[in-house]
Design a protein around this ligand. Sequence first.
Ligand code: BGC
Length: 436
Amino acid sequence: MEYSDLIFPKGFLWGSAASAHQTEGGTHNDWSEWEKIPGKIRDGSTSAIACDHYNRYEEDFDLAQDLGHQVHRFSIEWSRIEPAHDHWKTDEIEHYRRVVEALIARDVKPMITLHHFTNPLWFRDMGGWLNPESPTLFAPYCRRIAETLCDYDVIWNTINEPLVVATLGYLFGEFPPGIRDYGKTLTVAKHLLMAHGQAATQVREVYEEQGLEQPQIAPVISVSYFMPADPTNEDDIELARYLDELYNQSWISGAISGVVPEVLGGGGAYEPLRNSVDFIGVNYYSRMLVSSKLDFLAGEMPPKDPSLERCEGLDWEVYPEGYYHILNSLWSRYNVPLFLTENGIGTLDDSLRCRYIILHLQQVHRAIVDGVRVLGYLVWSLTDNFEWTYGYGSHFGLVEVDYETLERRPRQSAYMFRQIIEQNGLTAEIQRQYLS
Ligand code: BGC
């Protein structure tokens, strides 16, 4: 096989992503309560001390620096900052100031996510994202964080994967609060859209009040490449199109247009959404085959293609081409730059991780050559961590974590990724070395 150098645009940013609950340890929120219910986490584990990142962030950021990362995406744990409604923990706010300073001191740009799946218990008890007031209950926390961190050069992410929160929590019942109700799923998606608007507005207002130049703000969406199980069957084609519209497009089109889409319950223009998207954070892992003969809402899926490699535990198929198609469709529809905020694979086979990253970057490069504007690429994740319902049973880290000793050991993929960063892309040599 002949390879050519695939060099990325000048200024392209490389790094990795993580979230508070999955790495920090010691969090008390709706997820830590959920983990206590037998059967909710497949390996019976809990986030407990996770990777102890709360205490070891400097060690982890040393690794990110050594591994050449230019950006690190992480989330702030809302339940630490506001453990009771309108009660603020200044020492916890200061903790995140130190986290941001630690990254900047290592020349790694912080990308801050305000909400990554978890909620404080008081918020859960007030109805969580089903409460019509939820977007405004979220806003004061966003303002506090913006006030603390606006003096630093950071990039802002508002909500991580709103449709994952909505579908896994309220349609398939696998995430808290474990509800299975299509109507409620759409209501939650709508409230998360409004919460995104509230978060962006709070951040913008703080910068405005302080006379600072406006920062880059983005929501982060999860996308999947929906494919008809039978490409000749009109109903399968239509179902794939419908799910693409619902899952990949409806929410982000609302954030960009400022109008709550009809499919999410409508409601017209929502002022806080105006000017809330500087770029789209895109998380892509896999494709999804769908069949009109099966009950998708009941979680029925066609069999996987046995010839494709899979992600550990989650069983996602490795399907890099889907990345190319999704990036093209987002760009052609919205003309808003894309930042690839998560891509990676859970596996103990690190040679598979190397192949996964290269094969996906080839597709990203292909999209860039087509004219898609891509600002950067982050591997999920810097270290192994607590993989939600899969516990510690899926290993996404460039860096292995020994959960007995908490020792960190960079994998070969971490060094391969460093080479990619140094070259600002995939040289023919890297592709030959890892794909042959
Ligand atoms: C989430 C991460 C998660 C990863 C792998 C994304 O949906 O943002 O929290 O660990 O996928 O499942």
